[in-house]
Ligand binder design. Structure first.
Ligand SMILES: Cc1cc2nc3c(=O)[nH]c(=O)nc-3n(C[C@H](O)[C@H](O)[C@H](O)COP(=O)(O)OP(=O)(O)OC[C@H]3O[C@@H](n4cnc5c(N)ncnc54)[C@H](O)[C@@H]3O)c2cc1C
Length: 234
């Protein structure tokens, strides 16, 4: 939205509406940021989730309601709404793959894959865990302790399931966690992530999310065909 009001362009490799590595939760601080940008309408009232349940590795759980609710919006939906809002505010949208970024004396030069360059006074790199922008300016990759490998997918939402559920799970070096976040469109985003130092033996098979499903009416078998493997910044 700032991009729109400041005559900026947005460049991305993928079409809007692509599924993303994410649990789809939008926390209160993200909502505040959207409000500050005048883009709070990308979140809908029915997508609000006020209740939470946290389950410790030993199985103890605490649940409650927060005063400032979060939201659960599938990223393919949220990203498309954000793009529409930015374009409505005046941003120009282009689809191309960025090959490299270099800094000139007075501006930044973005080289596009397949040819062509774009010059800008400022470039904001929001190109994900494998950021070309970051590599181009010589920043080292994230350490393993800051990277997670996860499987996630969508399943039908049981009628009464309306809480953000996170279960911590001990692994050899640290903790992993499973989550179940209900969307407003009748699904639950279910996933299980671990530090990359603790990968599962076979990531092609769906993981059961340990202890996540049995007490919440969630059927882990129902998710079998839906899981996708993903890696990204934690
Ligand atoms: C397992 C897991 C669960 C998570 N759950 C949550 C959650 O519930 N809530 C939450 O807030 N966060 C969550 N996160 C974190 C969140 O998903 C990321 O922090 C967020 O997606 C990062 O946003 P981004 O815009 O930097 O990158 P991304 O969302 O990854 O977007 C990168 C964009 O850059 C584009 N791109 C990449 N390379 C190029 C290129 N060379 N040229 C042009 N375009 C390019 C892609 O097309 C894409 O559109 C989770 C992360 C993981 C790993």
């Amino acid at each position: 939205m700032h991009a729109g009001t400041h005559g900026c362009s947005s460049w991305t490799a993928h079409p809007a509406g692509l599924d993303k590595v994410c649990g789809d939760a939008v926390g209160p601080r993200a909502r505040q940021t959207l409000e500050a940008l005048g883009a709070e309408t990308v979140l809908r009232h029915e997508e609000q989730v006020s209740r939470f349940r946290l389950v410790s590795p030993s199985g103890r759980s605490v649940s409650g309601a927060v005063s400032t609710p979060g939201f659960v919006v599938p990223r393919r939906v949220l990203d498309a709404r954000l793009l529409d809002a930015a374009v409505a505010a005046g941003a120009q949208f282009h689809r191309a793959t960025v090959a490299a970024v270099s800094t000139g004396a007075t501006d930044v030069v973005v080289t596009l894959r397949g040819g062509g360059t774009v010059r800008a006074a400022v470039v904001v790199g929001a190109d994900g865990a494998n950021s070309v922008v970051r590599r181009s300016i010589g920043e080292p990759p994230n350490r393993d302790t800051h990277l997670a490998l996860a499987v996630r997918g969508y399943m039908d939402r049981p009628p009464d399931f309306r809480e953000l559920l996170i279960r911590w799970h001990p692994v050899a070096r640290g903790v992993a966690y499973a989550w179940a976040f209900p969307t407003a469109d009748g699904h639950v985003n279910v996933g299980y992530g671990a530090p990359v130092s603790e990968p599962p033996r076979d990531v092609r098979r769906p993981w059961p999310a340990p202890g996540l499903t049995e007490s919440n009416g969630l059927d882990s078998h129902a998710t079998g065909g839906w899981f996708s493997n993903c890696i990204g910044d934690r």
